[in-house]
Design a protein around this ligand. Structure first.
Ligand SMILES: C[S@@+](CC[C@H](N)C(=O)[O-])C[C@H]1O[C@@H](n2cnc3c(N)ncnc32)[C@H](O)[C@@H]1O
Length: 252
């Protein structure tokens, strides 16, 4: 009886045929969640948060690391605090949350989003770490995480039901690196930009150039979705050996 039980358990993990034996590993086998509390500095702003220092999995877990685009974005935020003061912000592809969490120090409300469940777990852990009163402005309404897969209109509508007036800014740091997701990304950005009356909402994109193809794709997609894209003067710089720049994108 005990023997049969053991065999059944083994069968859950091994598929045998005449030629080979395949060992099926559970998804969690690949996931490294050994996050390290790490300090980052942007101008006068210091921020501690949990992240990995290197990617080591087979899954789409790019969001477990802090990317060069986030360094560029946070540097920009720390130099332009007054522009965001009292505003509402939604961030797309937040990763560990370094941009949204910094932004919350001077914004009224920040919603961090990502499509990956594992990434959402670390965002929530970092939000918890930063939810103590000394880290937030006294007028602040909240810092929260929501699941948002670019192009998923139902998820956007759910977020907008909670935040009817929309947002003053949509932020994205290092989120344009995969060609197939760019049209969906711009589709979501468009939906978010058009909610705010008077075309006042801006999409701030911290872009890191990795391929010429992507450089031209973001320009053509912005234009397809009837948006205009302006490079913010003085923001072009080298981040992590790559050229980065901040774009300000608005509806035409
Ligand atoms: C390169 S990481 C950048 C993370 C963070 N913004 C930073 O700069 O450190 C890209 C992020 O976008 C998220 N992402 C990728 N494709 C997505 C999609 N289709 N919908 C929503 N989020 C996505 C990933 O999970 C990841 O967190």
């Amino acid at each position: 009886m005990e023997d049969r039980g053991n065999k059944e358990v083994q069968n859950e993990h091994r598929v045998c045929n005449d030629e080979e034996e395949i060992v099926c590993l559970d998804e969690s086998f690949f996931i490294d969640d050994n996050y390290q509390l790490t300090e980052f500095t942007f101008g006068s702003q210091h921020i501690d948060l949990f992240c990995l220092h290197s990617a080591s999995t087979d899954f789409d877990l790019t969001g477990q690391l802090v990317w060069p685009g986030a360094m560029l974005m946070n540097d920009y935020l720390s130099k332009n605090v007054e522009m965001f003061q009292g505003c509402s912000v939604i961030e797309l592809g937040s990763g560990v949350g370094i941009t949204g969490i910094l932004c919350h120090r001077f914004c009224n409300k920040v919603v961090l989003t990502d499509h990956n469940e594992e990434v959402l777990k670390i965002i929530k852990k970092n939000i918890e770490l930063h939810s103590c009163p000394e880290n937030i402005s006294p007028t602040s309404q909240g810092l929260e995480a929501e699941k948002l897969e670019w192009g998923n209109t139902d998820q956007i509508n759910e977020i907008l039901q909670k935040h009817h007036g929309g947002f003053d800014f949509v932020l994205g740091a290092d989120i344009s690196f995969q060609q197939s997701s760019i049209p969906l990304l711009f589709d979501s950005v468009r939906q978010l930009l058009q909610v705010k009356e008077g075309r006042k909402c801006k999409f701030i994109l911290a872009y890191v150039s990795r391929t010429k193809m992507m450089d031209s794709m973001i320009v053509s997609e912005a234009s397809k979705f009837q948006m205009q894209m302006k490079e913010v003067p003085g923001t072009k710089c080298i981040v992590g050996n790559l050229e980065g720049v901040i774009f300000e994108i608005t509806l035409n």
